[in-house]
Design a protein around this ligand. Structure first.
Ligand SMILES: [Ca+2]
Ligand SMILES: [Ca+2]
Ligand SMILES: [Ca+2]
Ligand SMILES: [Ca+2]
Length: 668
């Protein structure tokens, strides 16, 4: 059996130690010995249903319940509540296990049912795509003090740093850019951090979920471990096979490297001076985290406007599809996922050495190894010519600690936020850059270091100045105009605009809905784009929202003004009927070709029905996409006359029927 460790990649002292994290701690608190060999949360599974088989869950509630009842599983919601399958209502958003994926269920099976038995039983069901244990991973660790921040400006080995001072001549960041730190929380009272904390602009402290994002009073972040809004860093232990005392405050340290306030006569300077850090606490006091909490934290970051995530954690030795899917959802919205390589001194690209998430092949992952003060690879650091992209300072790194304090830590956990901070500098001046181009700049801008040759994709160490300098644009782009937004189908909205500039690097699309007063960073499109379309959550019962969009063009020289704004909402009604159904049976062929005109802007399907005259029953012979407007019936037999009709449908019901036509298939 494979050993599975999900750890924060922190090295304590000079040892190669990775912190380990588990949600079990919140239930037991004192049973530390029990954690030692644990690679998953006991009695918990993540179960993915096949979307194309289950379809609309509100229509197939009983199927889900029957399957879960076989293993007597209770559904765990993303708010850490447990629901009996019998009481579960799929139409209620808060019943979901994962707020971004309605088809993925987090279930708890009773103590009396063997977990391997439950997995085997569930895997037999054809409706289930995969079943995974709820695995456990770990954090990756190891201004008056600026002269000690060798990663920014190296006093000992000149130039063997990320060239921060040169980078700051181009950008010191922007408070528009949100970086989500998926970690142990943050010291939100720290003088060097307090000014750069994210505030949810659409939430107020009133016991209500004002912005209807599924989280009540998430004013500055969320604690996925406790299911509360309290994200204070409580990382007072670290994992060395057992959970032992040690005031690590991993999330606070990582956050300071990204965005501690600069020029405030206090402590240190972050890589990015102006930024908003979104603390998403998903690791417990000992640095352990579960697959389930990591997935929800990634999705929260994407949904609530974070431009990228810092992931100084890892260590899963199994490739979990559910985690890969969450990173893929972030990629689909152009979010970089900066990930620590880990501290096992191993080539993670060698057979049997892979660790996740850094080794997933999703293109938005930037894998980071740690360098020492002399530009060599830090002795503890993992590496990988394919899975790891770049090196960054990660040994004896000074940063923030709980209680307005500072401390040095080492690890790929510390290297990762140098890259996240640099990405934030770029996004501060160019928020419309797509993930692949930003990743390309990070790799291409790295300084070649012989000691890193073949150890990562770039063969080098991060150079923030080069990353920024290589961005295109000498003059600010012109603003897009004539923006419109409209629905094309039940869950598909398209936005179009006029591109008025010839020098943009990309467009930033912002969106808000009627429960939000502030726009959120939504997505990006490459230069010369004039349209953007996306599918909304297919069973989100809050779909009946009005969304308002605006777009701006960006490059290195500046950001254009916004376009006009435009709103669209999917009509919450049954679709309009297709019309003008017509058809023919081609000579010498025993089939019938029909076509029609669609009118619905909120259809999910078109249904083709057929009958033989004289019979009373119609038969649905095809279920087609909302935009299909023709069909060939290849099962029509010569000598018969068939009747056809078409209607559209969505989860609320069916349209009326089109006109009915009769087609005779001639016998030749
Ligand atoms: Ca909320
Ligand atoms: Ca509220
Ligand atoms: Ca400072
Ligand atoms: Ca253009």
């Amino acid at each position: 059996m494979k050993k599975l460790i999900f750890v924060f990649f922190l090295v304590v002292g000079v040892c190669s130690i990775v912190l380990l994290i588990s949600t079990s701690s919140r239930a037991t608190g004192t049973l530390q010995a029990e954690y030692v060999q644990q690679d998953h949360v006991p009695h918990e599974l993540l179960v993915k249903f096949k979307e194309d088989v289950v379809g609309d869950l509100t229509q197939n509630k009983w199927q889900v319940q029957n399957i879960l009842d076989q293993v007597q599983g209770k559904i765990k919601t993303y708010l850490n509540e447990e629901k009996d399958a019998f009481d579960w209502d799929p139409a209620v958003f808060r019943n979901r296990s994962f707020h971004a994926d309605p088809y993925l269920f987090h279930i708890r099976v009773p103590d009396g049912i063997d977990l391997e038995y439950a997995i085997a039983r569930l895997k037999l069901n054809p409706v289930i795509e995969y079943v995974e244990k709820n695995a456990i991973a770990h954090i990756t660790t190891d201004d008056p003090y600026f002269d000690q921040q060798w990663g920014l400006l190296n006093p000992t080995y000149s130039g063997r740093d990320i060239h921060a001072q040169d980078a700051w001549t181009i950008s010191t960041g922007s408070s528009d850019v949100i970086v989500a730190v998926l970690d142990t929380g943050i010291d939100y009272n720290h003088d060097d951090l307090i000014g750069n904390l994210w505030t949810n602009p659409n939430e107020t402290a009133d016991g209500q979920d004002n912005d209807q994002n599924g989280f009540v009073d998430d004013l500055n972040g969320w604690n996925f471990v406790s299911g509360t809004a309290n994200y204070l860093d409580d990382n007072t232990h670290y994992y060395v096979g057992i959970c032992v005392p040690g005031n690590i405050y991993h999330g606070t340290h990582v956050s300071g490297i990204i965005g501690a306030a600069a020029n405030n006569d206090e402590g240190i300077s972050g890589v990015c001076w102006d930024v908003k850090i979104m603390p998403l606490k998903m690791a417990d006091y000992c640095g352990r985290l579960t697959l389930g909490d990591a997935i929800n934290a990634i999705d929260y970051a994407t949904a609530n406007g974070a431009f990228l995530t810092n992931n100084s954690w890892g260590g899963f030795t199994t490739s979990y599809q559910s985690l890969k899917d969450a990173i893929g959802r972030a990629k689909n919205r152009n979010r970089l996922f900066i990930a620590a390589a880990g501290n096992d001194e191993e080539n993670v690209d060698s057979s049997g050495n892979a660790v996740y998430p850094v080794c997933y092949t999703e293109g938005n992952i930037v894998g980071v190894l740690a360098t020492a003060i002399d530009d060599t690879r830090a002795g503890f650091s993992n590496y990988g010519p394919t899975s790891v992209d770049v090196g960054a300072p990660g040994e004896d790194i000074l940063s923030t600690k709980l209680g307005d304090a500072y401390q040095e830590l080492s690890g790929t956990s510390m290297a990762t936020p140098f890259v996240a901070g640099t990405a934030a500098l770029v996004l501060g001046i160019c928020p419309g850059i797509t993930y692949d181009r930003l990743k390309g700049l990070i790799i291409d801008g790295a300084d070649y270091v012989s000691n890193l040759n073949n150890k990562c994709v770039s063969d080098g160490r991060l150079n923030a100045h080069s990353v920024l300098d290589d961005l295109d644009g000498d003059t600010s782009p012109s603003a897009p105009t004539s923006l419109i937004a409209y629905t094309k189908a039940w869950n598909l909205i398209e936005v179009r605009w006029n591109d008025n500039s010839n020098n943009e690097v990309g467009f930033e699309i912002q969106r808000k809905h009627q429960y939000q007063s502030a726009y959120l960073h939504w997505d990006c499109k490459n230069e010369n784009s004039t349209a953007y379309a996306y599918f909304q959550d297919p069973i989100d019962t809050t779909l009946q929202r009005t969304y308002t969009y605006r777009v701006r063009a960006t490059n290195k020289a500046g950001i254009s003004s916004f376009s006009n704004t435009y709103s669209a909402s999917v009509p919450y009604t049954v679709p309009d009927a297709p019309t003008d159904l017509a058809g023919q049976s081609p000579t010498l062929e025993q089939n019938v070709n029909i076509s029609w005109v669609n009118h619905a802007v909120n259809a999910l399907y078109n249904f083709v029905e057929r009958r033989i005259p004289g019979e009373t029953d119609w038969e649905v012979i095809a279920t087609l996409s909302y935009d299909d407007n023709a069909y060939s019936d290849n099962y029509a037999q010569a000598g018969y006359t068939y009747q056809y009709r078409v209607r559209a449908g969505n989860p609320l019901g069916y349209s009326s029927y089109s006109n009915t036509i009769s087609i005779e298939v001639i016998e030749w």
